[in-house]
Design a protein around this ligand. Structure first.
Ligand code: B12
Length: 340
C-alpha cells in the first residue's frame, strides 16, 4: 500500500483539531490571548509533518520519538504535556471521519503508539549523540560559543588543528558535539534561541577561518554538489561535509540551506556533478528528499548523478535514508570521507 498522503487534509484537519483543543482548554489558553491559538495551530501543523514522515517511512517510531522530544520541550517550559495526547486524539477523530477506514487505521496506530509512550513516561528523546567521541576541549568550546567568546572558540579550533587534526576531524570532534549539546540545552530550555543563533554564527566563522588553514589534496578531477533539501535551514553540517570533500581534492559546489527543489534539479542538470549530497535534519525533510530524488530521476534519467543523503533526520532511525531513494548515506562528514 502506498503511504497515506495527508496533504489534501492539512488545513481542514488543523482547523478541526485547533478548534477542538482551544474549546477544551479555553481557560488555560486565555492567558496567551490570540497567540495561544496561533501556537496551537502551528503545533498541529508540526504534528502532521511528523505524522506524514512516519507514514512515508513506514516507521511509527518517527512519530513516537517526536512526541517524546516535544514532551521534553514543553515540560521544560512549564507546559503540561497532557495537551499532547489530547491533540493526538483530535487528529485521530478527524482522520477516522474523513479518510478511508484502512488508511485511518494506519494513522490511528501511529498516534496510539505515541500516546502509549507518553503515558508510560518514556524519557524524552535527545537528538545529540555524535558517533565519534568528542575531544576534551569540546566542553570549553561550547562554553565559548554560547558566551559569545569568538576569539576563544577560534583559538581552541586552531589548537586542535595545530595538534595534527584535519579540518574535518576537528569539525566533527569539536564543533559538532558542541552544537549538538547547544541543541540539547535549547530543548531543555537552558539556552535561548538567541544564544543558539549566536553559537551557530560563531561556528560558521570559526569554520571559515579554519578552512584557510586546512591541507588540501591534489585535485581528483571530480565535482560534488551539496544542498539542504527544500525546507531544511540547517546548513552548517553540510558545509563541514563540503569542506571535507574539498580537502580530499574534489571540486565542490555548496548551495547551502533550503534550496527549492526545481532550482536544484536545474542546477544539477546544468553542472552534471559526479555526486549530489542532500542534507535532511528534521523527519519532515525525508519526504522532501524523496520528492527531490524522484524529480531528479524523472528529469535526468541515466544522467542523474550518484546521490547521497545524510543529516540528523537520517541518524536516529536506522536505514530510514533508504526511503528517500538515495544511493548512499553517511552518519557524518568523517564517515563520508572514509567511503570515498
Ligand atoms: C543551529 C541549529 C539551528 C539553526 C541552523 C542554522 C544553520 N545555518 O545551520 C536554526 C536556527 C536555523 C534552526 C532552526 C530550527 N531548528 Co534547529 N538546531 C540547530 C542545532 C542546535 C545545531 C545544528 C548543527 O549545526 N549541528 C552540527 C552539525 C555539524 O551536525 P549535523 O547537522 O548533524 O551534520 C553532520 C551530519 O549529520 C552529517 N551530514 C549532514 N548533512 C549531510 C548530508 C550528507 C549527504 C551526508 C553524507 C552527511 C551529512 O555530516 C555533518 C558533519 O559531520 C541542532 C541540534 C543538533 N542536534 O544538531 C538543532 C535541531 C536540529 N533543531 C531543531 C529544531 C526543532 C529546529 C526548529 C524546528 C526550531 C524552531 N522552532 O524554529 C527550526 C527548523 C528549521 C528548519 N525548517 O530546518 C531540533 C530538531 C528536533 C527534531 N524533532 O528533529 C534540534 C535537534 C534541536 C533539539 N535538540 O531539539 N536550528
Amino acid at each position: 500500500m502506498n503511504a497515506v498522503d495527508l496533504t489534501p487534509w492539512r488545513e481542514s484537519c488543523v482547523d478541526f483539531a485547533t478548534n477542538a483543543i482551544c474549546s477544551r482548554y479555553i481557560g488555560e489558553l486565555q492567558k496567551f490571548g490570540a497567540r495561544g491559538r496561533q501556537i496551537c495551530r502551528q503545533d498541529m501543523f508540526y504534528h502532521l509533518d511528523y505524522l506524514q514522515a512516519a507514514l512515508v517511512g513506514n516507521e511509527p517510531g518517527i512519530f513516537t520519538q517526536y512526541a517524546l522530544w516535544l514532551k521534553g520541550v514543553l515540560s521544560s517550559r512549564g507546559v503540561p504535556a497532557a495537551h499532547l495526547s489530547t491533540s493526538f486524539d483530535f487528529l485521530e477523530t478527524f482522520f477516522n471521519n474523513n479518510i478511508p477506514a484502512v488508511q485511518a487505521g494506519v494513522v490511528a496506530a501511529i498516534l496510539s503508539a505515541a500516546r502509549s509512550a507518553l503515558l508510560l513516561e518514556f524519557p524524552p528523546v535527545i537528538y545529540g549523540q555524535s558517533s565519534y567521541p568528542a575531544l576534551p576541549q569540546a566542553e570549553q568550546y561550547r562554553l565559548s560559543i554560547l558566551g559569545g567568546q569568538h576569539k576563544e572558540a577560534l583559538s581552541l579550533m586552531m589548537q586542535v588543528m595545530n595538534n595534527g587534526l584535519s579540518l574535518t576531524q576537528a569539525a566533527v570532534k569539536l564543533v559538532q558535539p558542541a552544537l549538538y549539546q547547544v541543541g540539547n540545552l535549547w530543548q531543555n530550555n537552558q539556552v535561548t534561541v538567541s544564544q543558539e543563533h549566536l553559537a551557530t554564527a560563531i561556528c560558521q566563522n570559526v569554520l571559515a577561518h579554519a578552512y584557510m588553514h586546512a591541507s588540501f589534496s591534489p585535485s581528483v578531477g571530480k565535482t560534488a554538489m551539496f544542498a539542504c533539501v527544500e525546507g531544511n535551514h540547517h546548513s552548517l553540517g553540510l558545509r563541514i561535509l563540503a569542506d571535507g570533500f574539498e580537502t580530499e581534492g574534489w571540486d565542490v559546489l555548496c548551495l547551502g540551506a533550503n534550496l527549492p527543489m526545481t532550482d536544484l534539479v536545474r542546477e544539477v542538470d546544468a553542472r552534471r556533478p559526479r555526486l549530489l549530497a542532500l542534507s535532511i535534519s528534521l523527519p519532515n525533510h525525508i519526504s522532501a528528499a524523496r520528492l527531490t530524488i524522484e524529480l531528479l530521476h524523472a528529469e535526468m534519467g541515466s544522467a542523474c548523478p550518484e546521490i547521497w543523503v545524510g543529516g540528523l533526520a537520517s541518524i536516529y532511525t536506522p536505514k530510514i535514508w533508504r526511503i528517500t531513494g538515495a544511493d548512499g548515506w553517511s552518519a557524518d562528514a568523517l564517515h563520508a570521507l572514509e567511503q570515498l
